[in-house]
Design a protein around this ligand. Structure first.
Ligand code: HPA
Length: 312
């Protein structure tokens, strides 16, 4: 069954397992894209879990994705960070790819910040540019591959969620402003992200087609997570690091490759950390203690046993 391990009760059991092992009550969730896992290192007072130890969690299989869930604080704000995400091309059912987002919701996360590596389609973009995502094209969705396919659990959200406001406009404006203040104006852009299934990179004809359809960047992630986050009422902010130019010209010798993606990520790492940190610091959080519908955040979570008591 495609959504085995993805029911509300199973997500809740995983969230409770995590909440029983950390005192951090995250209101911000961060997803690190390929080569961008260093973002998790910004968190203070870290409590980290390997994905393999978390009940029900998938495993990262991609080089450049560490496979750790890190709790901690960023400028006093409680956060949880996925150091490595899941993709359709790893062979996971789409409900498993997006499972962590629902677990984040049940942990109390209100705002989700997603990052990814992407190929640039917009001819004005350069390698190393950061593109604030203002909208998306869900190509797998055109073929019926959408994480919300199947029975709808109203405890997460409605059957037919709106996506015309998927990317929070106030956060986009704030990020642009913060980026300018940091002196990133020359390489901070905005645009439309298109998701494909991967793992093969695009042909020249495909890149040209996507560009004509209105996409500024192309990648293999993020959109499914955004759909699930919006379905359950989270505020979403996302950006792409343009790690390579999509090949659009039959005369070009350039070839997309994963090494270039990772290398561009490490070159921009410090600036990305500063940008995410500044955005999270400035976010207005709706800090209430009732993130779960009709259920206080710590209901059902056993109190963490103080270390000296467990020795008795
Ligand atoms: N295409 C698809 N996904 C990507 C690319 C690309 O060119 N670069 C990084 N992720």
């Amino acid at each position: 069954m495609a959504n085995k391990g993805c029911t509300y009760e199973e997500c809740e059991a995983t969230a409770d397992w995590l909440l029983a092992r950390t005192d951090v009550r995250p209101t911000v969730g961060i997803v690190c894209g390929s080569g961008l896992g260093g973002l998790a290192d910004m968190l203070k007072d870290q409590v980290a879990f390997d994905y393999k130890d978390i009940p029900n969690f998938p495993q990262s299989t991609v080089h450049g994705h560490a496979g750790r869930l890190v709790f901690g604080t960023l400028k006093e704000k409680p956060c949880v960070c996925m150091q490595g995400r899941f993709h359709l091309y790893e062979g996971y059912p789409i409900q498993k790819v997006t499972l962590p987002v629902r677990i984040f919701k049940l942990l109390g996360v209100e705002t989700l910040v997603l990052t990814n590596a992407a190929g640039g389609l917009n001819q004005d973009f350069k390698v190393g540019d950061i593109m604030i995502i203002k909208d998306h094209l869900n190509l797998p969705g055109f073929a019926g591959v959408n994480p919300l396919c199947g029975p709808n659990d109203e405890r997460f959200g409605v059957r037919f969620p709106c996506m015309s406001d998927a990317y929070d406009r106030a956060l986009q404006q704030m990020a642009m402003h913060v980026g300018q203040e940091l002196g990133y104006g020359d390489f901070l852009k905005e645009g439309v992200y298109c998701v494909l299934g991967g793992p093969s990179f695009e042909t020249i004809a495909e890149s040209r087609m996507l560009h004509r359809l209105g996409a500024d960047a192309v990648g293999m992630s993020t959109v499914h997570e955004v759909i699930v986050a919006r379905h359950c009422g989270m505020r979403v902010f996302a950006f792409s690091l343009i790690t390579n130019q999509a090949v659009m010209d039959y005369g070009s010798e350039a070839k997309a490759n994963h090494e270039e993606v990772l290398e561009t990520g490490s070159r921009r790492a410090a600036q990305l950390e500063r940008l995410v940190s500044a955005i999270v610091t400035k976010m207005e959080l709706n800090n209430n203690n009732y993130a779960r519908v009709g259920r206080p955040r710590d209901a059902g979570v056993p109190k963490k046993t103080p270390p000296n008591e467990s020795m008795a």
